[in-house]
Design a protein around this ligand. Structure first.
Ligand SMILES: [Zn+2]
Length: 49
């Protein structure tokens, strides 16, 4: 479990809340999963499981 080496490229910052934890790039939006989930409902994104 080497977090350091694996996620070097992922130094992205959530554009909404500013955290580095769980940040992902989707649909051109850089945000953490929390904000994404929150905004997904707002914007109208559907979550596919
Ligand atoms: Zn966030």
């Amino acid at each position: 479990m080497s977090k350091k080496t694996v996620r070097r490229k992922w130094r992205k910052k959530c554009s909404v809340c500013g955290t580095y934890a769980g940040v992902m790039n989707r649909y051109g939006l850089v945000m953490c999963w929390r904000c994404f989930k929150h905004n997904a409902e707002k914007i109208g994104f559907r979550k596919y499981d």
